[in-house]
Design a protein around this ligand. Structure first.
Ligand code: BF8
Length: 673
């Protein structure tokens, strides 16, 4: 019988070179494909995004829909009569969808903050011995922002208050920020006074964190808010409740409990994994868990146990923002960005991957099945349905016990590796761990630590401006390419970059986070400043909740004088070149409503509603001084930020200083006036 020929259609897979600029990632994508393991890069090739969803004009908020309102081919210049069954316009639908993204993003950041505040409350009540106040100076520094006195007057004398008493009061007041019935969020007053007054005048001061998020879910329910401008107002309240609320509280209290970051040296990329060590990858966001795993894996007991099992030691690596948290405080190296999570397992050397919340692919379980890797979920809110996933619920009351159980499980798994270990050699050195406090010290030393030096250099034109470049990777665009191009273009043009999130990891992998970068990539002014002060031109400020550090650093710049009275006056801009998460939308909107021009790359789900889009891109500027933008091309993206920075320099009257006019004190006072 003639052999029957069966035509097998080859599965479409990603081209590794087109998928990422990073050599280690290319190598691991290729390896996964050779082993028949599908990753996000392959799925991005085989699954097209929904065109109507991408435009933001699919309404599925009731069962009469989903109502789909794609932008007509000829546009809507001659009128727009598109409507859902209830009559909702494209603007209403896109604004509602946008607002729900803000709500989800603000919820994710703020719930992280809530978990941190709960642990801090346990510490203050002395209910846990595993966590403690590591940075009492930070507690004393933040206490007044929570309305807590640090001294007490008695018998005509002023005495320092007991630190435990202060901690308890701060903890209780912080917890109340999520649900207090009256008043407004306390963090808002940390903004420059004119900015606070503007929010107040606009009637946009958030009341409490949870309420603003619930409010969005209510007003975007079928048949409630039908005015896109009014919906944007609520986006502002909820996003401010994130940036100046939940995220800021998370950063504050994490610093108090785990230490305020100061610069340290580490490495980055998958090459940090070691074949002869037990490799534990920590992935997710909340440092409550990762702090304990760091402590457990550094304990002599665990190191001895690893050695007894034939390993030379324990190597921790981070993925995503929990990686940034343990990087900035302990120098634990990130093994990769959001898009490399599956690939860390594909090395065959990942003995355990421990995840908590946010940015965790469910496909990790499918990849882990192909190797010996133990995939461990730890958060009651974030479990996986696959049966190879182990759940060890983490609780701050027995935190160290849980952490040791996890580390022991990884060590026990070391000898179960197959022969298939392949760790890419790529890794880069980085200096991370910058904070509002450490920048102060770096710029002025312990004698004159402040932001004057930065302001002076912005005024004299050596530094053209400051950019916050942050956010995710997105499999719809080449991994890390836009991140790196945007940052390089900015520093080439003398713009100092502050980074967080996966942009920080991308910059580290590219070797941009070392002072030596200045000589290679920076314009002459920024190069001179970096070389004098000894800092990299790209300062890693931590995780995505640490975007609150960017808000406070910008506020310090205003306070130092000479550059206006409000964040909207500053020569600064924001960017998320490869965003994907709803958290990025919340961050983007609190940047915008705090007065910052903010450019996103890839896509923005508002293009199907041109009037609403125009309101975000232009209308917001009149309200806040900041506005949204979408520019896919990374060079144009960076150039638009630079143009905005130059516009602000001109408004401040310092545009000519770029020609290096030396400013003396009298000139500065004139600017101040
Ligand atoms: O909070 S940058 S991919 S890891 S969402 Fe996620 Fe985006 Fe990375 Fe951090 Ni932020």
């Amino acid at each position: 019988m003639a052999e029957e020929k069966v035509a097998v259609k080859a599965a479409k897979v990603a081209d590794p070179i087109a998928a990422t600029i990073d050599g280690a990632t290319q190598q691991m994508i290729k390896r996964a494909q050779e082993l028949g393991i599908e990753t996000v890069f392959d799925r991005a090739v085989t699954m097209k995004p929904c065109n109507i969803g991408a435009q933001g004009t699919c309404c599925k908020n009731c069962a009469m829909g989903p109502c789909r309102l794609p932008l007509p081919k000829g546009g809507v210049a001659d009128g727009d009569d598109r409507k859902g069954l209830c009559g909702a316009t494209a603007n209403t639908i896109a604004a509602r969808n946008f607002a729900r993204m803000v709500a989800a993003g603000a919820a994710a950041h703020s719930d992280h903050g809530r978990s941190v505040a709960e642990v801090f409350l346990s510490v203050a009540r002395k209910e846990t011995g595993d966590y403690r106040i590591k940075d009492p100076d930070k507690l004393l520094a933040i206490a007044p922002h929570y309305g807590v006195a640090t001294t007490v007057d008695a018998d005509g004398e002023t005495r320092d208050r007991d630190i435990d008493e202060i901690a308890l009061e701060v903890a209780e007041i912080a917890m109340a920020e999520w649900g207090k019935p009256d008043g407004e969020l306390l963090g808002l007053k940390r903004a420059p006074a004119p900015l606070y007054e503007r929010w107040k005048k606009l009637g946009e001061l958030p009341r409490n964190i949870d309420r603003e998020i619930v409010d969005i879910m209510h007003r975007t329910h079928m048949g409630v808010d039908q005015d896109y401008k009014n919906i944007v107002k609520q986006c502002t309240r909820a996003s401010l409740a994130d940036g100046w609320g939940g995220s800021m509280i998370a950063t504050d209290l994490q610093d108090v409990m785990f230490g305020t970051p100061y610069p340290l040296q580490a490495e980055a990329n998958m090459g940090i994994m070691k074949e002869d060590h037990v490799n534990i990858i920590i992935h997710g966001h909340e440092p409550i868990l990762s702090e304990m795993i760091v402590a457990a894996s550094q304990s002599q007991e665990m190191i001895d146990y690893a050695k007894k099992s034939g390993a030379k030691g324990i190597q921790l690596g981070g993925i995503c923002c929990t990686g940034n948290e343990i990087l900035q405080r302990h120098g634990v190296p990130p093994a990769g960005t959001f898009l490399q999570q599956e690939l860390a397992i594909v090395t065959g050397a990942c003995d355990a991957m421990v995840v908590d919340v946010q940015c965790v692919f469910q496909n990790l379980a499918n990849v882990a099945k192909c190797f010996h890797t133990k995939l461990i979920t730890t958060h009651p809110m974030a479990r996986m349905e696959q049966d190879n996933v182990i759940h060890i619920e983490f609780d701050e009351h027995h935190a160290m016990e849980d952490a040791k159980r996890i580390v022991t499980m990884a060590i026990d798994n070391f000898n179960n590796r197959g022969a298939e270990v392949m760790i890419p050699h790529q890794k880069a050195t980085q200096i991370a761990g910058f904070s509002v406090e450490s920048i102060k010290y770096h710029l002025g030393g312990s004698f004159r630590g402040d932001y004057y030096t930065l302001n002076d250099n912005i005024i004299n034109g050596r530094i053209r401006g400051v950019a916050g470049v942050v956010g995710c990777n997105n499999a719809r665009t080449r991994h890390n390419e836009a991140h790196i191009k945007v940052v390089k273009e900015l520093i080439k043009n003398d713009v100092l970059v502050l980074t967080t999130g996966c942009n920080g990891i991308a910059c580290a992998m590219e070797g941009l986070l070392v002072p030596e970068t200045a000589a290679v990539y920076c314009g002459p002014g920024l190069k001179e400043v970096c070389e004098t002060v000894g800092i990299p031109p790209v300062l890693h400020l931590g995780s995505c909740v640490d975007n609150s550090r960017i808000l406070l650093a910008a506020t310090e710049v205003v306070k130092a004088g000479g550059l206006g009275k409000d964040l909207r006056d500053l020569p600064v801009a924001g960017s998320a070149p490869e965003w994907m998460s709803e958290k990025a939308i919340s961050i983007g909107h609190y940047f915008v409503s705090s007065g910052v021009y903010t450019v996103f790359g890839v896509t923005l789900p508002v293009s199907g509603a041109p009037v609403f889009q125009d309101y975000l891109f232009n209308g917001c500027e009149k309200l806040y001084g900041g506005m949204w933008d979408l520019i896919e091309d990374p060079i144009e993206h960076a150039q638009a930020m630079i143009a905005h920075i130059d516009k602000k320099r001109k408004e401040l009257g310092i545009d000519r200083a770029r020609e290096r006019v030396l400013m003396d004190m009298a000139d500065r006072q004139k600017l101040e006036a």
